[in-house]
Structure formats: structure tokens, C-alpha cells
Design a protein around this ligand. Structure first.
Ligand code: GDP
Length: 309
């Protein structure tokens, strides 16, 4: 592993959801000392499914560090089996989330740990047992909720995403305000750099930065973000619908406007070079590169550009 010599080994903190930022983490972990990486992960979508506590984004980040992630879905463990899931179908008690057998073990384990520990502690125990050196911090230990207001009524996030296949028109997104976990503010304060990966700005990042004191702390940090929007569409998923519903332009400019109060550097895709000047009016440093992470090399190159301060 190369440790970037212009960085030394200072702590960096990454804010993450469960698809775009984990891809970037694959690049960062190849060139940066893992023990100096902290990841604050969205917990708004956490809930119980089939009796097990599912912290989907946290588990995706864990599997990414442990090289176990199923990269086809950015959910669950690669080459997992689905024996329990199939039995649940046969018993006419199908599950909303299709959970793999090995993945279910981690989720059951977490459910057990939660009887005596906070979510932060349970995740810390699990990441150590998976030999992960990076620190994985749930944004909050509190139970939270997100409601998607649509043209067909009020939906839970997973109902919208899975049962309704993200098809309804989104009118509003409402999430409960929760207290940050104890480790969140100190992680940002001690970091040489905070990285906001290309995650859904509304359902993955806004819940983190809306918690008490987070935005204020980010204003005193060096913050770099990558746009999850290329042209006028997200690379994947429903981020565009959510941004539109909250009145943001669906473009990298729209993403920059959500983060502009605390952003030092913003990375946009080559396809959006024409927006550079417009974005420079709200963010001091705008870099243009290939942000579509399709290979190990594209992930590493993007990580290098981010880490260069
Ligand atoms: P979720 O928790 O599964 O919604 O995942 P995230 O919020 O972490 O990531 C979803 C976002 O990742 C979407 O808005 C995508 O546009 C973005 N994304 C996925 N792959 C890439 C990529 O290769 N490059 C960029 N720039 N964005 C990506």
C-alpha cells in the first residue's frame, strides 16, 4: 500500500451513504492508512426486518472495508446464499428486504449486541471482529425515521425504494432530527480533511449535516465533496427525485448549493466542465475529473485528487 507522502498519516473523516461513497472508499483504502480513516454513516434508513436490525449503509461500509461487499447491488455479501429467504417465501412470510444468509448472521449478531450496547458500540465490536482498521461511526444511536411524501401517499423509505421501485413522484422528504453519536463531532474536529463522498445529498448526507452542531463544526474543517450527479441525472438511484422535491436544481451546481456553507473543494465530472465557473461563485475550489467509478483505477485516481490539499 502506498501512503501518500504529501498527506502524512493524519486522520480523515468520510461522510457516507451506502453506494456512491463506498465505491470511493475502495479507492481511498488502497492509498491511505486505514487506521487513520473514520467514516460517519447515515442511519436514517435503519429498521427491523424479519426480526433483525438492518443498518444497511453501515453494513455496506463494513463489507467494503472487509472486501466482502456485493458490488452488483452495493448491498450484502458477495456470493451469499439465500436459503432462509427462500424458506420465508415458502412459509408465506416473505421479507421486504432480501437478506442473504451470511449477511443475516451479521444482522442477527448486531441485533443481539444491541440488547446491551449502543449502536456505535455494536458496530465497533463487529468491525473489529471483521479485522477492519478504519473506525465506522453511526451518525446517531437514536432511532430515526424518514418519510417520503409522494403522489400516492406517505411512504417509508424502503417501501418507496423496494415495493414502489422509486417510481412515485416525490413531493417532500421528512426526517426526524436525532442527536449525533458521541464520536461524530470529535471525529470532524480532529480531521485533517472531511470528505463527503458522492452519496445521495438528500437521504444520505443531509440527515448527517442537519444534526445539532455538525454544520458549525464542518465550517471549521477542510471539506471536500464529490458530486453524485453527472449532467442532470444521478449515476444511479432516486437522488434526482429527492433534490427536485426539495427545490434544488438536479445538477452538480444543485449539490454544491446544498453544501456551499462549509465546502472548500468540490469535484465535478468532466461532463459538467461548463458548470465550473457557475459553481466557483459558491465554492472556492472546483476540480473537474472523471468521477464515474467503474474500475479500481478510476476509484484510486479520484481518491488521489480528493486527498491532494
Ligand atoms: P444509498 O445509501 O444506497 O442511497 O447510497 P449513497 O447515498 O451512498 O449513494 C447514492 C448516490 O451515489 C447516487 O446519487 C449516485 O448518483 C451516486 N453514485 C453511484 N455511483 C457513482 C459513481 O461512480 N460516481 C459518482 N459521481 N456518483 C455515483
Amino acid at each position: 500500500m502506498i501512503t501518500l507522502n504529501f498527506m502524512g498519516v493524519k486522520v480523515i473523516t468520510i461522510l457516507s451513504g451506502g453506494t456512491g461513497t463506498p465505491k470511493l472508499i475502495q479507492g481511498i483504502k488502497k492509498i491511505y492508512d486505514q487506521s487513520k480513516i473514520k467514516v460517519i454513516v447515515n442511519t436514517l434508513e435503519n429498521n427491523y426486518f424479519s426480526g433483525a436490525y438492518v443498518a444497511a449503509d453501515i453494513d455496506t461500509v463494513m463489507y467494503t472495508f472487509a472486501d466482502l461487499i456485493n458490488e452488483k447491488r452495493w448491498y450484502g455479501i458477495k456470493d451469499d446464499t439465500f436459503i432462509t429467504n427462500a424458506e420465508l417465501d415458502k412459509l408465506n412470510t416473505p421479507e421486504l428486504l432480501r437478506i442473504g444468509d451470511k449477511d443475516r448472521a451479521l444482522k442477527i449478531g448486531k441485533t443481539q449486541l444491541l440488547k446491551n450496547h449502543s449502536l456505535a458500540k455494536a458496530v465497533d465490536i463487529q468491525r473489529k471482529n471483521l479485522n477492519i482498521k478504519a473506525k465506522i461511526i453511526p451518525m446517531s444511536n437514536e432511532k430515526s425515521q424518514m418519510k417520503i411524501i409522494t403522489n400516492i401517499g406517505e411512504l417509508e423509505f424502503h417501501q418507496f425504494l423496494i415495493s414502489e421501485k422509486s417510481e412515485p413522484v416525490v413531493e417532500d422528504v421528512i426526517f426526524s432530527n436525532v442527536k449525533p453519536a458521541d464520536e461524530v463531532i470529535p471525529a470532524i474536529e480532529e480531521s485533517y480533511m472531511v470528505i463527503i463522498g458522492p452519496s445521495n445529498p438528500i437521504t444520505s448526507i443531509l440527515p448527517i449535516i442537519s444534526m445539532k452542531d455538525v454544520e458549525k463544526t464542518l465550517q471549521n474543517a477542510y471539506v471536500v465533496a464529490v458530486s453524485p450527479i453527472i449532467g442532470s441525472n444521478p449515476v444511479s438511484g432516486p437522488a434526482g427525485k429527492f433534490m427536485n422535491a426539495l427545490g434544488y436544481e438536479v445538477s452538480s451546481y444543485g449539490v454544491a448549493s446544498i453544501y456551499s456553507n462549509f465546502l472548500n473543494k468540490f469535484i465535478i465530472d468532466n461532463m459538467d466542465v461548463k458548470l465550473k465557473e457557475k459553481i466557483e461563485k459558491i465554492v472556492e475550489d472546483v476540480e473537474v475529473t472523471n468521477t464515474k467509478m467503474t474500475t479500481t483505477n478510476t476509484k484510486k485516481e479520484l481518491a488521489k485528487l480528493i486527498l491532494k490539499k
